[in-house]
Design a protein around this ligand. Structure first.
Ligand SMILES: NC(=O)c1ccc[n+]([C@@H]2O[C@H](COP(=O)([O-])OP(=O)(O)OC[C@H]3O[C@@H](n4cnc5c(N)ncnc54)[C@H](O)[C@@H]3O)[C@@H](O)[C@H]2O)c1
Length: 463
């Protein structure tokens, strides 16, 4: 007897690439943010007819007008403009007919709440909306970052409220997004995607779709839960290694050893992966991803101690930078109360216009609560309001009369800082706290600053 045919997909395996080229594939992208908008744009560029569904009316209006707020993503604005104009991307806020597609791709946010519990409410709402309009044979792909088992245990069952059964009547897959802000298009076009599905035909067709659309050979894994485990493992690996470098930085500060010198030297060995200490980690991924894994581990009766400890170490670093700033000010004869601190860089990572969970905010808030006057210069927010501060138009403007410059983000521009001019603009005795180890300590002291970095000894001016 022939095996029961379990998957009847609208786009059967073996046809995705051809249909895409012919303009005969319909894709709905749910959530048009930093991940969803470039995903929609690249599918449109590959030949798909794309519907973008977003609950935020301003996102819908911007997308339809060809506007893109992600000015730090090279090439994205042009693609969005092109496909909005040609009508190959159409955004909507109405679920009516929005999911009548061959593929539905979920790109909604998955933050953690105040108690560090994963908040899957956007994923659940999106799945409910999709479930109401789901058609037999559609493949639903989750790109949002979720814990292993959430696609099978939450998204699938929510979609089944449609009366259709996952694997049998519709395809269910995970293809977690791995790209980095500031280089999203480049990463999407060069990093292999990790794809896991609940059925073999679904897995094949999703692999074909991403291969054809992005031009990179995807990696097929056995299940959605495995695909999500890959995504979380790579980010937790980074978080844990950064925590190790932060822990050693604190230790080395006490022992009078330069952490950067140690790590640079370690990096000459073939099996060492260098990670550097700093003010902590921010953004939508690293500070949260560990908690998705921890939540699933706890359900399984396991406690991932190292993962949890790494989060605590990294979360403590903004406070350590407050302590360094306080000591640096003392060394120029001042206290935090009444001092002016010029913060250079508030974005959570270099060259992105994004302050989600930036560790710099915690340091600034604490210094402000201790009585410091804060000025901010971030090249991505030049002259704009950010985190409640009006951003200065230049580093020089922010530094006027400053008792301390605190470098919070290693933006490219800060590699070229004119330290001599900054020292002249700052107060006669000023400190420079480099919370990202981006400035050359010798250059800082030669310019007249009392210098300190994370994991590095204090240095005093050479003149
Ligand atoms: N930003 C990154 O660097 C990055 C990298 C890899 C993975 N991710 C993951 O990708 C997912 C999306 O992140 P993002 O950075 O694009 O978020 P984002 O906040 O930039 O955009 C999310 C969009 O989804 C919309 N939205 C929210 N709820 C919705 C719903 N129920 N239905 C339809 N639209 C909805 C919002 O209005 C917003 O436009 C998250 O799971 C995130 O962890 C993000």
């Amino acid at each position: 007897m022939a095996p029961e045919k379990t998957e009847q997909l609208m786009v059967p395996p073996g046809t995705a690439a051809r249909r895409l080229k012919q303009g005969a594939v319909k894709i709905t992208v749910v959530g048009l943010g930093r991940i969803g908008l470039p995903t929609a744009a690249l599918f449109a560029e590959a030949g798909a007819k794309v519907t973008g569904f977003d609950v935020d009316p301003s996102v819908v209006a911007d997308t339809n007008a060809g506007r893109c707020k992600f000015v730090d993503e090279p090439g994205l604005g042009d693609l969005v403009r092109k496909h909005a104009k040609s009508g190959t991307i159409k955004a909507t806020g109405s679920p009516e007919g929005a999911f009548d597609s061959d593929f539905v791709v979920i790109c909604v946010p998955t933050p953690v709440d105040q108690g560090k519990t994963p908040d899957y409410s956007a994923v659940r709402h999106a799945s409910e909306d999709i479930g109401r309009g789901l058609r037999r044979g559609t493949v639903v792909i989750t790109e949002s970052t979720v814990g292993p088992g959430i696609v099978e245990g939450l998204i699938g069952p929510t979609l089944e409220s449609s009366g259709l059964r996952a694997t049998h009547d519709f395809g269910l897959a995970a293809c977690p997004e791995r790209s980095d802000p500031g280089r999203i298009l480049r990463d999407m076009r060069s990093l292999p995607r990790i794809i896991g599905a609940t059925g073999p035909e679904c897995a094949s067709v999703v692999v074909e779709l991403y291969r054809a659309a992005l031009g990179v050979e995807p990696i097929r894994v056995t299940s959605p839960r495995t695909a999500n485990a890959v995504k979380l493992t790579e980010n937790i690996f980074r978080d844990v290694n950064i925590a190790l470098s932060n822990e050693f930085a604190l230790l080395f500060e006490g022992l009078g050893i330069d952490a950067k010198e140690v790590i640079d030297a370690c990096a000459t060995k073939y099996n060492f992966v260098p990670h550097y200490p700093g003010i902590g980690v921010g953004g939508p991924c690293l500070p949260s991803n560990s908690y998705y894994m921890i939540a699933e581990a706890l359900k399984a009766g396991d406690i991932p101690y190292l993962v949890r400890m790494a989060r605590e170490i990294n979360d403590r670093m903004p406070e350590h930078v407050v302590e360094l700033t306080s000591e640096a000010l003392n060394r120029v004869g001042k206290t935090v109360r009444g001092s002016k601190v010029a913060v250079f860089g508030v974005a959570y990572k270099p060259d992105v216009k994004d302050v989600q969970l930036t560790p710099v905010e915690r340091t600034m808030k604490r210094l402000s609560a201790m009585g410091a006057e804060i000025s901010v210069y971030d090249p991505m927010y030049r002259g704009e309001e950010v985190l409640g501060y009006r951003g200065s138009k230049s580093a020089l403007e922010a530094s006027r009369g400053a008792d301390c410059i605190l470098l919070g983000t290693a933006h490219s521009e800060f590699k070229e800082l004119d330290l001599v001019s900054l020292s002249k603009a700052a107060s006669a005795k000023a400190a420079l706290v480099d919370a990202r180890n981006a400035v050359d300590p010798e250059a800082a002291t030669a310019a007249g600053f009392v210098y300190c970095g994370v994991g590095r000894a204090f240095r005093v001016p050479t003149r």
